[in-house]
Design a binder for this molecule. Sequence first.
Ligand code: PLP
Length: 481
Amino acid sequence: MFTDISFSDDRPLYLQIRDYIKQMILKGLLSQGQKLPSTRELSSILKVSRNTVILAYEYLQDEGFIEVLRGKGAFVSAINIDYQNQWKFDWNSKLNSYTKLANELDIVKHEAKWKKGMISFKSIAPDDKLFDVEDFKRAFLNRFSLEGEKLLNYGYAQGYKPLIEYLLHYMSNKGVNIEGKDILITNGFTEGFDIVLSALTNPGDYILCENPTHNTAIKIMKLHGLNILGVDIEEDGINLNELKKTLSLKPISMGFLIPSYHNPTGIVMSPEKRMEALKIFARYKVPIIEDGFNEELRYSGSHLSPLAGLCGHGNSVIYIGSLSKVLFPGLRIGWILGDKDLISKLESVKRSRDIHTSFLDQAVLYEYLVTGNLEKYLKKARRIYREKYDFALECAKKYIPHKRILGEGGLHIFVEMDENIDARLVLYRYIIRIVIFMPGDIFYTDEKGKNTFRLGFSRSTLKEIEKGFSIIGEIIKEMEE
Ligand SMILES: Cc1ncc(COP(=O)(O)O)c(C=O)c1O
């Protein structure tokens, strides 16, 4: 005993000795009342300073694992561990329908995984090589030295006030009338959407969205027990005739739209269609949840007002923003902008779930944003992504047999192949060891989209884009023959 301990470099030695002795006691290898070696003895066995062992014993005593009796030594305390009661429970038998469905719809578990050496076009996460870590570090140190203690304590469910103010101003600069509106800070779009659906829908309600649409949104809608009605999307946005038809057929609770750089198609809804769609929803008295996740990744054309901006003084649009593509997804920060009174209700939902989003993260982000870093970063990121986007589009047209290639910005393009080619067969039968991408069917609300796939290019080099796309193209050509 004590001679088999091997120290690592990453933790203080006294903590490693404490944990070693704790484990011995918990496993029953040191029993109640047993005397431990003296601190002098143990320090000589382990070849560490005596103070290191004294500190380890002090912690063990504080945590109730040993008792130190003056002049007598250290002894193992009475710890009640009954190893007889080791029955195994079948947790699967306890899973409720929510968890079963979440597990079934978890594409991270079920879709093809990236392996070393593969070229991946699966993800649309930003390229972390672009992150200006030094600016973020500076923001952290500045904000932490100003309010460190405060930021480590509980904050407010609605969010960090200066960040809310910043984002209200930010939304106003996008043309949104913020009078009578407010913001709730969330853990990204994903939590924001979940909170909105939790607050405003009941299982069995109908929800309308574009078809295809963001697969995480489909998962959340299904987990809320909603009936999803997908409306086809055209090259300038949702099909308005179909929209009218669907709205007239069912009592629809909410609409969910991604008007800019839609996921997965990359389509941007035209300004005329935005106005028309708003009128149609208003006619049927159906409010809209707008997802603005990608708006900043515009590479050409003029500014487009979000639906939340076009509805002016109206309050029928709930806008959910996210910085996951525009900045850092790891921060998990997003926001819901909507009617002030509604936000106050959503704030209670947020508080009941997780009290609030990390105040430290919100405050550091605020410092980063308010000192002009977003604009600086976006200038660089847009230039680099634009180059990749142009090249990806050129290579896709050149190498990949297609019916349509869609995408006007953002971090991905969408390919529609001949009707009888199954993207999953391309992926699984041939490409799995070389190139992976996201099969399009996961974005559809029905059984459609089997002949489609999404290519995320943000983290690939130009060389990888050309090589990967030409491999995909060759395989599709073989399948066509
Ligand atoms: C359509 C859409 N909205 C929002 C997001 C961002 O979600 P979150 O903010 O939870 O990271 C994504 C990410 O892929 C997306 O595709």
